[in-house]
Design a protein around this ligand. Structure first.
Ligand SMILES: [Fe+2]
Length: 348
């Protein structure tokens, strides 16, 4: 069994208005820790050979198989993978220990879609930072998507943790199942239908999945409305999703605690549009650090696009330059508008 300390957290169900939402980390008084080893243990060093499983998924869905036109959308023809084993159980134990070690300074309460999230682990944990920066991991995920991709340059968008508390006790679930043969069909998503502002996400299961698990799937919607359900079979499994294009929703885990780690990826080639914003993230991140990271990232992204313009201007003709300049001007506006909405959110 994989140890998951976070599944033992005492989760507060208190909801607060947005303006009072936890923009400061919570404190250890909310937690009940059962450390598998001393918190003073020397840090575990990440090893790609030991800590990654690089076989990849057995099944990948293209956007075109979902009835979407990748070319018209200007994105790679990749939709989603089925869940596949990405991390051995030892890696999951180390990650969970890292979460425990840094919970005090990275935990936020009551965002709209989960009672508890953790942010900034890529800043705090060398192991988690090295894991997501591993060239072997990037090569695998790039080969799945079909273009070179890299971890999101904003460290806050790597190793985001969602902690979802089981919705019903065992006895409550029996009652719910009695009332409805298909209780999951009646449940409302914990995070309703949406698309992401980050291009691609890799979602990893960190907690144990019981054999009789009910709920906790991600629903993804094809162009004709058909819904595909992705369910993690066990801790250490991940799936990759082009969440900026495919509408998706997270269903509640009815009879188990569900802890997931989400890392965003962006195309390496700056020709691809990228529209990261802070609309959600500002509700559960330290505002100054997040906006600082966002501005720096957007400047780097737009600089790469300007360099591309400079490099290509003579060879690709005026029309290419015009189109790219239009996109860069839209990038500037998107960056400013995102910051304006942050200001509005913080002053509400
Ligand atoms: Fe999403």
């Amino acid at each position: 069994m994989t140890s998951c300390v976070l599944s033992k957290l005492v989760l507060s169900s208190t909801r607060r208005p947005l303006s009072a939402m936890a923009l400061e980390p919570t404190h250890s008084a909310h937690f009940s820790f059962q450390a598998p080893y001393s918190l003073d243990s020397p840090a575990q060093r990440f090893s790609p050979i030991e800590h990654l499983a690089l076989d990849g998924p057995s099944n990948t869905h293209k956007l075109s198989s979902f009835g979407m036109d990748a070319q018209a959308l200007g994105v790679p023809d990749f939709g989603a993978t089925e869940p596949f084993k990405l991390f051995p159980s030892e890696t999951i134990e180390i990650i969970n220990s890292e979460l425990e070690k840094h919970a005090h300074e990275t935990t936020f309460r009551s965002p709209p879609f989960a009672p508890c999230v953790m942010r900034g682990l890529a800043h705090k944990s060398e192991f988690i930072r090295d894991l997501w920066n591993a060239p072997q991991l990037q090569a695998l995920l790039s080969s799945i998507v079909g273009i070179p991709i890299e971890p999101h340059p904003m460290a806050f968008e790597r190793a985001h943790i969602n902690v979802q508390e089981q919705k019903y006790s065992d006895s409550e679930l029996v009652e719910v199942m009695k009332q409805n043969d298909d209780a999951t069909g009646e449940e409302q998503p914990v995070f309703g239908w949406h698309t992401d502002s980050q291009p691609l996400v890799c979602i990893t299961m960190l907690s144990d999945v019981p054999e009789d698990a009910v709920g906790g799937e991600t629903h993804i919607q094809k162009a004709d409305g058909e819904v595909l359900k992705l369910q993690f079979p066990a801790a250490g499994y991940s799936y990759l999703l082009q969440g900026s294009v495919i509408p998706h929703a997270a269903m509640p885990a009815l009879n188990y605690n569900r802890v997931t780690m989400i890392t965003s990826f962006v195309p390496t080639n700056p020709l691809f549009c990228e529209k990261t914003d802070l609309d959600l993230a500002i509700k559960y991140s330290p505002a100054d650090a997040l906006t600082d990271e966002f501005v720096k990232y957007r400047c780097d992204y737009m600089s790469k696009r300007l360099k591309l313009l400079k490099r290509c201007s003579t060879s690709d003709g005026v029309e290419f330059c015009e189109n790219l300049l239009d996109e860069i001007m839209a990038d500037l506006k998107h960056t400013k508008d995102s910051l304006s909405r942050v200001k509005d959110t913080l002053t509400k």
